[in-house]
Design a binder for this molecule. Sequence first.
Ligand SMILES: Nc1ncnc2c1ncn2[C@@H]1O[C@H](COP(=O)(O)OP(=O)(O)OP(=O)(O)O)[C@@H](O)[C@H]1O
Ligand SMILES: [Mg+2]
Length: 256
Amino acid sequence: MSATQAALRGEVSIRRLSKAFTLNDRRLDVLRGLNLDIRSGECLVIVGASGSGKTTLLRILAGLEQADAGEVDIDGRPVAGVGAERAVIFQEPRLLPWLTVLENVTFGLDIRGWSKARARAEARHYIELVGLGDFADAYPRQLSGGMAQRVGIARALTVKPEILLLDEPLGALDAMTKIAMQQELSRIWREEKVTMILVTHDLEEAIYLADRVLVLPKIKSQPPRLIDVNLPRPRERSSADFVALREELLAEFGLH
Ligand SMILES: Nc1ncnc2c1ncn2[C@@H]1O[C@H](COP(=O)(O)OP(=O)(O)OP(=O)(O)O)[C@@H](O)[C@H]1O
Ligand SMILES: [Mg+2]
């Protein structure tokens, strides 16, 4: 791989992206002419009111949904359907209950042409990375919600994606587990140098994780907003700058 290609790893360019749905004969504009460049290795967090199009945007980036107009390029190439350079993590990890943690993580790697030995070695590495080394042989029913979600993260990382797409990955967790998992996600993102695009309802989570926060408007005549989070890491939730940014984001939602 040349130096230029390496520099492009996980870079996303969104141009004039539009998507509408038809609901009871009514046209519903969800995304309207969105332009956005996401840098290689960046953490972009998407927030917005319920129904503002966060999941729709993520699904288009994942190749699970088609836009009506516009383009998405990844590393300079147009996205066409799902691709091995992207991995998606949903709110529920969707583990197969009859397989162990290790088997869940290696499941499906054979169709990618991986040898069993390589699949197991990579899976074990990422199971360790998410802190579940002692649970490789456990079944999903023996895990807590946070642990199950860690398995989902390990499974996504094992295929070594350039881009991780996460739709409210911590949304179903209790408050304490959530904070611990935010710290884990931040660490994993830094270690793996992966581009991370994450949807959340939690504004504190957005500021804790993001390089930039994209605020999708509910009213589509308004433009989306991008907010830079220039705070040192690891982030201090009670610092004055953190609190000020949280206020700024709350104001975006008229909750000031
Ligand atoms: N397949 C579909 N058919 C029709 N309408 C849809 C479809 N998918 C999404 N929508 C509509 O598009 C809008 C945006 O949906 P989307 O799921 O992207 O919102 P969201 O921002 O992720 O919301 P939430 O925070 O509740 O998850 C909603 O009004 C929804 O009703
Ligand atoms: Mg959603």
